[in-house]
Design a protein around this ligand. Structure first.
Ligand SMILES: [Zn+2]
Length: 217
């Protein structure tokens, strides 16, 4: 049984992966986790330096994005996270970053083509682009859900903004954010040298199936 205190620690600790992997600058970026069995989630506080994050500073919100426990204001992306938790019940964790290479694709509104086996494994195809959306209402959350619903990719490049990822838990969403930046960089570098070679759809399917169902311990 995962208690809220354990989740506060998990979400706090996972923020260190964003800095360790070079995905965030200053206070941008955030991780959240759904509280299993409750209509609640835990998210980073707004505008707090990564070095100063503590389990106690994490904010517990209901699925409308209203804080129910915590002394600080939640992340400015809380409404987007709340919308995704309300509309995608299988999602247990989310991450948002402005990581450089992935966001460069988002700035061009260009999906990252599936030209690496690692992309087929993790994303099951291209990494799609979501609509342009302003912060402050449901529009970012709506764009994430509309783009990822029925898509195998756990990552979406929100146009002119950055990366949002989902996962069965917060750790899986962090992994998707790390992998998204990694493949965004590699495909970008490939583009500088020539045209990337696509992977046939049936091979993408085979790679995705093996990685999702067989690979690992
Ligand atoms: Zn952002």
């Amino acid at each position: 049984m995962t208690t809220i205190d354990e989740l506060r620690r998990t979400v706090c600790d996972l923020h260190a992966e964003l800095t360790r992997n070079g995905l965030v600058s200053w206070t941008a970026g955030n991780v959240s986790a759904r509280v299993p069995g409750a209509d609640l989630f835990v998210i980073k506080p707004s505008g707090v330096s990564y070095d100063d994050l503590t389990p106690e500073s994490m904010v517990v919100c209901d699925l409308d994005g209203t804080p129910v426990d915590g002394d600080l204001s939640p992340s400015s992306d809380t409404d987007a996270h709340a919308y995704v938790y309300r509309n995608l019940p299988e999602v247990g964790g989310q991450v948002h970053t402005h990581s450089t290479y992935a966001t460069a694709w988002a700035a061009r509104a260009e999906p990252i083509p599936c030209v690496l086996t690692a992309m087929a494994d993790e994303f099951g195809g291209e990494i799609p682009v979501g609509p342009f959306a302003l912060i402050g209402d449901d529009s970012i959350g709506r764009g994430i859900v509309e783009t990822l619903k029925g898509h195998r990719s756990p990552a979406v490049l929100m146009r002119n903004h950055g990366v949002f990822t989902i996962g069965k838990d917060a750790r899986a969403a962090v992994k998707a954010a790390v992998m998204c930046e990694d493949v965004a960089r590699t495909v970008h570098v490939t583009r500088q040298l020539g045209e990337p070679v696509p992977i046939p759809a049936e091979d993408i399917d085979r790679l995705y199936d093996r990685y999702q169902n067989v690979y690992g311990q």
